[in-house]
Design a protein around this ligand. Structure first.
Ligand code: SF4
Length: 361
Protein backbone atom coordinates (compact mmCIF):
# COMPACT_ATOMS: atom_id res chain seq x y z
CA UNK A 1 0.00 0.00 0.00
CA UNK A 2 1.34 3.45 -0.93
CA UNK A 3 2.31 5.77 1.89
CA UNK A 4 1.57 9.44 2.26
CA UNK A 5 4.19 11.66 3.92
CA UNK A 6 2.71 14.73 5.55
CA UNK A 7 4.29 17.88 7.00
CA UNK A 8 2.97 21.07 8.61
CA UNK A 9 4.38 24.60 8.39
CA UNK A 10 4.44 27.52 6.00
CA UNK A 11 7.91 27.36 4.42
CA UNK A 12 7.15 25.60 1.13
CA UNK A 13 10.83 25.23 0.16
CA UNK A 14 11.94 23.59 3.41
CA UNK A 15 8.78 21.45 3.66
CA UNK A 16 9.26 20.11 0.12
CA UNK A 17 12.88 19.17 0.78
CA UNK A 18 11.95 17.49 4.06
CA UNK A 19 9.20 15.43 2.39
CA UNK A 20 11.51 14.28 -0.41
CA UNK A 21 14.29 13.38 2.03
CA UNK A 22 11.91 11.44 4.28
CA UNK A 23 10.52 9.44 1.35
CA UNK A 24 14.04 8.93 -0.13
CA UNK A 25 12.81 10.01 -3.56
CA UNK A 26 16.32 10.06 -5.10
CA UNK A 27 16.49 6.27 -4.75
CA UNK A 28 13.40 5.90 -6.96
CA UNK A 29 14.70 8.01 -9.86
CA UNK A 30 16.86 6.28 -12.47
CA UNK A 31 20.37 7.77 -12.82
CA UNK A 32 20.66 10.36 -15.61
CA UNK A 33 16.85 10.61 -15.83
CA UNK A 34 15.16 13.68 -17.25
CA UNK A 35 12.89 15.00 -14.49
CA UNK A 36 9.91 17.25 -15.33
CA UNK A 37 8.15 19.25 -12.60
CA UNK A 38 4.49 20.01 -13.33
CA UNK A 39 3.05 22.65 -10.94
CA UNK A 40 -0.47 24.11 -10.98
CA UNK A 41 -0.24 27.40 -12.89
CA UNK A 42 -3.86 27.32 -13.94
CA UNK A 43 -4.00 31.09 -14.33
CA UNK A 44 -2.11 34.24 -13.38
CA UNK A 45 -3.12 34.23 -9.72
CA UNK A 46 -0.62 34.25 -6.86
CA UNK A 47 -0.09 31.22 -4.62
CA UNK A 48 -1.17 33.43 -1.71
CA UNK A 49 -4.58 33.84 -3.34
CA UNK A 50 -5.06 30.08 -3.10
CA UNK A 51 -4.85 29.39 -6.86
CA UNK A 52 -1.36 28.21 -7.75
CA UNK A 53 1.62 26.21 -6.50
CA UNK A 54 4.05 28.17 -4.32
CA UNK A 55 7.42 28.88 -6.00
CA UNK A 56 9.07 27.39 -2.89
CA UNK A 57 7.72 23.94 -3.82
CA UNK A 58 9.61 24.17 -7.12
CA UNK A 59 12.80 25.52 -5.56
CA UNK A 60 12.66 22.85 -2.84
CA UNK A 61 12.25 20.11 -5.45
CA UNK A 62 15.04 21.45 -7.64
CA UNK A 63 17.47 21.90 -4.75
CA UNK A 64 16.78 18.38 -3.50
CA UNK A 65 17.24 16.88 -6.98
CA UNK A 66 20.40 18.85 -7.78
CA UNK A 67 21.94 17.95 -4.42
CA UNK A 68 21.39 14.29 -5.34
CA UNK A 69 23.13 14.66 -8.70
CA UNK A 70 20.19 15.13 -11.06
CA UNK A 71 20.81 17.82 -13.66
CA UNK A 72 18.25 17.25 -16.43
CA UNK A 73 15.43 19.09 -14.68
CA UNK A 74 12.70 21.19 -16.32
CA UNK A 75 9.43 22.85 -15.32
CA UNK A 76 6.46 22.27 -17.63
CA UNK A 77 2.89 23.64 -17.58
CA UNK A 78 0.08 25.00 -19.73
CA UNK A 79 -2.45 27.39 -18.15
CA UNK A 80 -6.19 27.05 -18.76
CA UNK A 81 -7.90 28.14 -21.97
CA UNK A 82 -8.04 31.94 -21.97
CA UNK A 83 -4.86 32.67 -19.98
CA UNK A 84 -1.21 32.89 -20.98
CA UNK A 85 1.15 30.51 -19.22
CA UNK A 86 3.99 33.06 -19.50
CA UNK A 87 1.99 35.62 -17.52
CA UNK A 88 1.23 33.13 -14.75
CA UNK A 89 4.91 32.08 -14.70
CA UNK A 90 5.96 35.62 -13.78
CA UNK A 91 3.11 36.40 -11.38
CA UNK A 92 3.98 33.28 -9.39
CA UNK A 93 7.71 34.06 -9.24
CA UNK A 94 8.81 31.00 -11.22
CA UNK A 95 11.05 33.16 -13.41
CA UNK A 96 13.28 33.84 -10.39
CA UNK A 97 13.43 30.13 -9.48
CA UNK A 98 14.42 29.19 -13.05
CA UNK A 99 17.09 31.87 -13.09
CA UNK A 100 18.54 30.95 -9.69
CA UNK A 101 18.83 27.21 -10.41
CA UNK A 102 19.45 27.34 -14.17
CA UNK A 103 16.35 25.28 -14.92
CA UNK A 104 14.30 25.81 -18.14
CA UNK A 105 10.54 26.41 -18.17
CA UNK A 106 8.45 25.08 -21.08
CA UNK A 107 4.98 26.39 -21.92
CA UNK A 108 3.05 23.27 -22.89
CA UNK A 109 0.64 25.34 -24.98
CA UNK A 110 3.52 25.50 -27.48
CA UNK A 111 4.60 21.88 -27.19
CA UNK A 112 4.17 19.04 -29.73
CA UNK A 113 1.69 16.35 -28.83
CA UNK A 114 1.56 12.59 -28.99
CA UNK A 115 -1.66 10.62 -29.32
CA UNK A 116 -2.04 8.12 -26.51
CA UNK A 117 -4.60 5.33 -26.04
CA UNK A 118 -6.64 5.73 -22.83
CA UNK A 119 -9.56 3.84 -21.33
CA UNK A 120 -11.92 6.49 -22.71
CA UNK A 121 -10.52 7.27 -26.18
CA UNK A 122 -7.23 8.30 -27.80
CA UNK A 123 -6.02 11.60 -26.30
CA UNK A 124 -3.47 14.20 -27.29
CA UNK A 125 -0.84 14.68 -24.58
CA UNK A 126 2.02 17.18 -24.64
CA UNK A 127 5.26 15.49 -25.60
CA UNK A 128 7.39 16.92 -22.79
CA UNK A 129 5.04 15.50 -20.17
CA UNK A 130 4.67 12.14 -21.88
CA UNK A 131 8.36 11.63 -22.61
CA UNK A 132 9.84 12.78 -19.26
CA UNK A 133 11.69 9.88 -17.60
CA UNK A 134 10.33 10.97 -14.20
CA UNK A 135 7.30 13.26 -13.95
CA UNK A 136 6.62 15.04 -10.66
CA UNK A 137 3.17 16.59 -10.26
CA UNK A 138 2.92 19.53 -7.84
CA UNK A 139 -0.81 20.24 -7.44
CA UNK A 140 -2.63 22.60 -5.10
CA UNK A 141 -5.38 21.07 -2.98
CA UNK A 142 -8.35 23.39 -3.51
CA UNK A 143 -12.02 23.63 -4.33
CA UNK A 144 -13.28 23.65 -7.91
CA UNK A 145 -16.53 25.17 -9.09
CA UNK A 146 -17.29 22.31 -11.50
CA UNK A 147 -15.60 19.25 -10.00
CA UNK A 148 -15.97 20.20 -6.27
CA UNK A 149 -12.25 19.70 -5.62
CA UNK A 150 -9.01 19.49 -7.59
CA UNK A 151 -5.67 17.98 -6.67
CA UNK A 152 -3.46 15.18 -8.09
CA UNK A 153 -5.72 13.60 -10.74
CA UNK A 154 -6.95 16.83 -12.27
CA UNK A 155 -3.49 18.44 -12.31
CA UNK A 156 -2.68 16.32 -15.39
CA UNK A 157 -5.08 18.49 -17.39
CA UNK A 158 -2.30 21.10 -17.77
CA UNK A 159 -0.40 18.51 -19.87
CA UNK A 160 -2.79 18.58 -22.83
CA UNK A 161 -3.25 21.18 -25.59
CA UNK A 162 -6.10 23.72 -25.44
CA UNK A 163 -8.16 21.90 -28.09
CA UNK A 164 -8.09 18.78 -25.92
CA UNK A 165 -9.03 20.85 -22.84
CA UNK A 166 -12.12 22.15 -24.69
CA UNK A 167 -13.06 18.61 -25.61
CA UNK A 168 -12.77 17.58 -21.93
CA UNK A 169 -15.42 20.18 -21.06
CA UNK A 170 -17.72 18.96 -23.83
CA UNK A 171 -17.40 15.47 -22.35
CA UNK A 172 -18.36 16.66 -18.87
CA UNK A 173 -14.83 16.54 -17.37
CA UNK A 174 -15.14 13.51 -15.09
CA UNK A 175 -14.37 10.66 -17.51
CA UNK A 176 -11.59 12.40 -19.45
CA UNK A 177 -9.89 13.59 -16.24
CA UNK A 178 -9.83 10.02 -14.92
CA UNK A 179 -8.70 8.51 -18.22
CA UNK A 180 -5.89 11.04 -18.70
CA UNK A 181 -4.63 10.62 -15.13
CA UNK A 182 -4.56 6.84 -15.51
CA UNK A 183 -2.71 7.03 -18.84
CA UNK A 184 -0.16 9.75 -18.01
CA UNK A 185 0.33 8.63 -14.38
CA UNK A 186 3.08 10.93 -12.99
CA UNK A 187 5.67 9.12 -10.84
CA UNK A 188 5.37 11.36 -7.78
CA UNK A 189 2.95 13.93 -6.32
CA UNK A 190 3.79 16.67 -3.82
CA UNK A 191 0.64 18.51 -2.76
CA UNK A 192 0.71 22.19 -1.84
CA UNK A 193 -2.03 22.61 0.71
CA UNK A 194 -0.57 25.63 2.45
CA UNK A 195 -3.42 28.00 1.59
CA UNK A 196 -5.58 26.57 -1.21
CA UNK A 197 -8.94 28.17 -1.86
CA UNK A 198 -11.51 25.70 -0.62
CA UNK A 199 -14.27 26.80 -2.98
CA UNK A 200 -12.80 28.01 -6.16
CA UNK A 201 -9.85 27.05 -8.40
CA UNK A 202 -9.16 30.68 -9.32
CA UNK A 203 -8.38 31.62 -5.72
CA UNK A 204 -9.54 34.75 -3.96
CA UNK A 205 -10.73 33.20 -0.73
CA UNK A 206 -7.65 31.26 0.43
CA UNK A 207 -7.73 29.33 3.65
CA UNK A 208 -4.45 28.97 5.50
CA UNK A 209 -4.04 25.28 6.24
CA UNK A 210 -0.23 25.05 6.46
CA UNK A 211 0.02 21.48 5.23
CA UNK A 212 1.86 19.65 2.44
CA UNK A 213 1.88 15.97 1.58
CA UNK A 214 3.70 13.61 -0.76
CA UNK A 215 2.68 10.29 -2.31
CA UNK A 216 2.84 8.13 -5.40
CA UNK A 217 -0.82 7.13 -5.79
CA UNK A 218 -2.99 9.96 -7.19
CA UNK A 219 -6.27 8.23 -6.30
CA UNK A 220 -5.19 7.83 -2.70
CA UNK A 221 -3.90 11.42 -2.63
CA UNK A 222 -7.20 12.83 -3.91
CA UNK A 223 -9.21 10.62 -1.56
CA UNK A 224 -7.14 11.91 1.33
CA UNK A 225 -7.63 15.47 0.02
CA UNK A 226 -11.40 14.95 0.11
CA UNK A 227 -11.13 13.71 3.65
CA UNK A 228 -9.14 16.80 4.63
CA UNK A 229 -11.67 19.11 3.01
CA UNK A 230 -14.70 17.33 4.42
CA UNK A 231 -15.90 16.32 0.95
CA UNK A 232 -17.60 13.00 0.22
CA UNK A 233 -15.65 11.32 -2.61
CA UNK A 234 -19.02 10.54 -4.24
CA UNK A 235 -19.16 14.28 -5.04
CA UNK A 236 -15.99 13.89 -7.12
CA UNK A 237 -16.84 11.07 -9.55
CA UNK A 238 -13.48 11.12 -11.36
CA UNK A 239 -11.77 9.64 -8.29
CA UNK A 240 -13.69 6.34 -8.40
CA UNK A 241 -13.42 6.27 -12.20
CA UNK A 242 -9.65 6.68 -11.98
CA UNK A 243 -9.51 3.80 -9.51
CA UNK A 244 -11.55 1.65 -11.89
CA UNK A 245 -9.15 2.49 -14.74
CA UNK A 246 -6.12 1.46 -12.70
CA UNK A 247 -4.69 4.83 -11.58
CA UNK A 248 -4.58 3.80 -7.90
CA UNK A 249 -6.61 2.92 -4.82
CA UNK A 250 -9.16 4.88 -2.79
CA UNK A 251 -8.11 3.14 0.40
CA UNK A 252 -6.52 5.43 3.01
CA UNK A 253 -5.75 3.73 6.33
CA UNK A 254 -4.46 5.55 9.38
CA UNK A 255 -1.11 3.80 9.14
CA UNK A 256 -0.69 4.90 5.51
CA UNK A 257 -0.02 8.43 6.76
CA UNK A 258 3.49 9.20 7.98
CA UNK A 259 3.50 12.56 9.72
CA UNK A 260 6.88 14.29 9.91
CA UNK A 261 5.96 16.95 12.48
CA UNK A 262 2.98 18.34 14.30
CA UNK A 263 1.03 21.51 13.49
CA UNK A 264 2.06 24.40 15.70
CA UNK A 265 -1.48 25.32 16.52
CA UNK A 266 -4.79 23.62 16.01
CA UNK A 267 -4.99 23.30 12.21
CA UNK A 268 -8.21 21.42 11.72
CA UNK A 269 -9.05 21.64 8.05
CA UNK A 270 -12.11 23.86 7.54
CA UNK A 271 -14.96 22.34 5.57
CA UNK A 272 -15.67 23.77 2.11
CA UNK A 273 -18.74 25.97 2.21
CA UNK A 274 -21.66 25.57 -0.19
CA UNK A 275 -21.05 29.11 -1.42
CA UNK A 276 -20.40 28.20 -5.05
CA UNK A 277 -23.30 25.77 -5.15
CA UNK A 278 -25.60 28.44 -3.77
CA UNK A 279 -24.35 31.11 -6.18
CA UNK A 280 -24.82 28.89 -9.24
CA UNK A 281 -28.22 27.41 -8.38
CA UNK A 282 -29.90 29.06 -11.43
CA UNK A 283 -27.11 28.31 -13.88
CA UNK A 284 -27.86 26.10 -16.90
CA UNK A 285 -24.40 24.75 -17.59
CA UNK A 286 -23.71 22.78 -20.75
CA UNK A 287 -20.05 21.88 -21.39
CA UNK A 288 -18.64 25.12 -19.95
CA UNK A 289 -14.87 25.64 -19.78
CA UNK A 290 -13.44 26.17 -16.29
CA UNK A 291 -12.24 29.69 -17.04
CA UNK A 292 -15.70 30.69 -18.25
CA UNK A 293 -17.44 29.12 -15.31
CA UNK A 294 -14.97 30.71 -12.91
CA UNK A 295 -15.65 34.14 -14.43
CA UNK A 296 -19.35 33.55 -13.87
CA UNK A 297 -18.83 32.52 -10.26
CA UNK A 298 -16.65 35.53 -9.60
CA UNK A 299 -19.21 37.80 -11.28
CA UNK A 300 -22.04 36.35 -9.19
CA UNK A 301 -19.91 36.68 -6.08
CA UNK A 302 -19.06 40.33 -6.78
CA UNK A 303 -22.66 41.10 -7.74
CA UNK A 304 -23.86 39.75 -4.38
CA UNK A 305 -21.24 41.87 -2.63
CA UNK A 306 -22.61 44.89 -4.46
CA UNK A 307 -26.21 44.24 -3.54
CA UNK A 308 -27.13 42.98 -7.04
CA UNK A 309 -29.43 39.99 -6.97
CA UNK A 310 -30.38 38.37 -10.25
CA UNK A 311 -32.50 35.28 -9.83
CA UNK A 312 -33.30 34.45 -13.46
CA UNK A 313 -31.72 31.61 -15.43
CA UNK A 314 -28.17 31.98 -16.74
CA UNK A 315 -26.81 29.86 -19.60
CA UNK A 316 -23.14 29.00 -20.09
CA UNK A 317 -21.10 26.52 -22.10
CA UNK A 318 -20.25 25.16 -25.52
CA UNK A 319 -23.54 23.26 -25.64
CA UNK A 320 -25.40 26.55 -26.22
CA UNK A 321 -23.48 27.35 -29.43
CA UNK A 322 -25.80 28.23 -32.31
CA UNK A 323 -28.96 28.21 -30.15
CA UNK A 324 -31.27 31.18 -29.70
CA UNK A 325 -32.87 31.63 -26.31
CA UNK A 326 -34.37 34.16 -23.92
CA UNK A 327 -32.22 35.30 -21.02
CA UNK A 328 -28.63 35.89 -20.00
CA UNK A 329 -25.80 33.92 -21.62
CA UNK A 330 -22.15 33.89 -20.55
CA UNK A 331 -19.32 33.82 -23.12
CA UNK A 332 -19.17 33.82 -26.91
CA UNK A 333 -20.79 30.37 -27.04
CA UNK A 334 -24.03 32.02 -25.84
CA UNK A 335 -24.30 34.65 -28.56
CA UNK A 336 -27.87 33.46 -29.20
CA UNK A 337 -29.01 34.76 -25.81
CA UNK A 338 -31.12 37.91 -25.48
CA UNK A 339 -28.18 39.34 -23.53
CA UNK A 340 -24.73 37.84 -24.02
CA UNK A 341 -21.65 38.64 -21.95
CA UNK A 342 -19.07 38.47 -24.72
CA UNK A 343 -15.58 36.98 -24.34
CA UNK A 344 -13.89 33.61 -24.55
CA UNK A 345 -13.82 33.57 -21.61
CA UNK A 346 -15.42 36.84 -20.39
CA UNK A 347 -14.16 38.57 -17.25
CA UNK A 348 -15.89 38.34 -13.88
CA UNK A 349 -16.27 42.11 -14.03
CA UNK A 350 -18.13 41.89 -17.37
CA UNK A 351 -20.41 39.23 -15.89
CA UNK A 352 -21.08 41.39 -12.84
CA UNK A 353 -21.91 44.41 -14.99
CA UNK A 354 -24.30 42.33 -17.10
CA UNK A 355 -25.98 41.01 -13.97
CA UNK A 356 -26.44 44.59 -12.77
CA UNK A 357 -28.00 45.64 -16.07
CA UNK A 358 -30.14 42.55 -16.48
CA UNK A 359 -31.46 42.54 -12.92
CA UNK A 360 -33.12 45.89 -13.60
CA UNK A 361 -35.00 44.64 -16.71
S1 SF4 B 1 -17.10 31.09 -24.45
FE1 SF4 B 1 -17.36 28.87 -24.81
S2 SF4 B 1 -15.37 28.14 -25.60
FE2 SF4 B 1 -15.05 30.21 -24.70
S3 SF4 B 1 -14.38 29.78 -22.62
FE3 SF4 B 1 -16.63 30.02 -22.57
S4 SF4 B 1 -17.51 27.95 -22.77
FE4 SF4 B 1 -15.34 27.85 -23.37
Amino acid sequence: MAKIYEIFGNDAHAMTMALMEAADIAAAIPGDASVALKPNLVMAGTPESGATTHAGVLSGCIEYLQSHGFSKISIIEGSWVGDQTGRAYKVCGYDKVCQKYGVPFYDLKRDDTVTVETDLRPMEICRRAWEADFLISLPVLKGHCQTTMTCALKNCKGCIPDREKRRFHKEGLMKPIAALAAALRPDLYIVDSICGDLNFEEGGTPVQTNRMYLGTDPVQIDTYGCHLMGIDTAEVPYIALAERWGAGSMEVRDDDIITLNQPQSSLKYPAATGMVRQLTRNVRQNSACSACYAALVRGLYSAGDNGIHYSGPIAIGQGWKGKEFEGLGIGNCCQGATCCVKGCPPTGKAVMEALATFSKK
